[in-house]
Design a binder for this molecule. Structure first.
Ligand SMILES: Nc1nc2c(ncn2[C@@H]2O[C@H](COP(=O)(O)OP(=O)(O)OP(=O)(O)O)[C@@H](O)[C@H]2O)c(=O)[nH]1
Ligand SMILES: [Mg+2]
Length: 251
């Protein structure tokens, strides 16, 4: 089974921050919003599983960031995750990983690639710790550029199955310091991507069954199924039905 997601121009645009527990999803949310624990709207962070329910924060006008629970914990299994976070709600995905690349990182990346055919923003956090540890391990011949290259290449190698079908954007960051590593580029790329997608009508054919072929695209696609869907939706839209249904059930 597949589902068509219709996103009218100017509708709210939703960004999901996904990943295992403790990778720094809430920390990144706070860093992007310039908040510290002194602020009331600070997303709670912690040394144990912390975020319990998907929580929405306004980024800019009509653009929202969702800090969601971590996957693959005793309370949130892989099987329940997509439903728990309502994965079809999102227009863009940031996948966070920390430490060794895991099977969960690949699973999440594959969902974004296979089910949505979306650009993959893969973000490796905790780079400050990696460098600190490596310096302790090899104090005499430590070279930070080399360590960053090793991490980058390892992520690319592990994600290469995703590379063939989607754009991949890889960033190394420290969620405690926006001046370090790839953080500025990450923010810049997110805004370029959001500006490109936010104000356009988007049709996404979401693949629910992993055995089906990739069938997602935007309105500009020449895919026949999508073109048919586009025609139906455009016709509905003329009579105001889509916006009625959107207002009634989605808002
Ligand atoms: N040194 C360092 N610590 C980090 C980094 N990112 C997160 N942390 C720390 O890791 C811990 C977990 O961070 P959270 O932001 O709560 O992680 P989360 O992914 O939201 O975790 P859940 O809500 O349980 O899913 C906190 O103590 C953070 O301060 C990082 O880039 N560098
Ligand atoms: Mg959290």
């Amino acid at each position: 089974m597949s589902a068509i997601k219709y996103r009218p121009p100017n509708a709210p645009y939703h960004i999901a921050i996904l990943g295992r527990s403790g990778v720094g999803k809430s920390s990144l949310c706070n860093l992007i919003r310039n908040l510290t624990s002194e602020h009331t709207n600070f997303a709670p962070v912690g040394v144990i599983e912390t975020t319990g329910i998907p929580t929405c924060y306004k980024l800019i006008d009509n653009v929202f960031m969702w800090d969601v629970p971590g996957v693959a914990t005793p309370s949130v299994s892989k099987e329940d995750y997509c439903k728990l976070i309502d994965i079809n709600r999102y227009d863009m995905f940031l996948i966070l990983s920390r430490g060794r690349f895991t099977e969960i990182d690949r699973w999440l990346s594959d969902i974004v690639r296979d089910r949505f055919n979306k650009t993959l923003f893969f973000i490796r956090t905790g780079i400050d710790e990696e460098l600190r540890n490596h310096r302790r391990d090899y104090p005499t011949n430590f070279n930070s550029i080399e360590v960053l290259d090793i991490i980058r290449n390892n992520c690319l190698k592990n994600l290469e199955t995703s590379l063939s079908k989607t754009n991949l954007s890889l960033y190394l960051i420290n969620t405690k310091d926006k001046t370090k590593f790839d953080f500025s580029k990450l923010i810049n790329d997110i805004m370029v991507h959001v500006n490109h997608e936010r104000d356009n009508l988007m049709l996404t054919l979401i693949k629910e069954d992993p055995t089906e072929q990739i069938i997602q695209s935007s309105i500009s696609s020449t895919n026949t199924t999508l073109q048919t869907a586009k025609t139906i939706v455009t016709t509905w839209a003329r009579f105001g039905l889509v916006s009625y249904l959107y207002d009634r059930y989605y808002k």
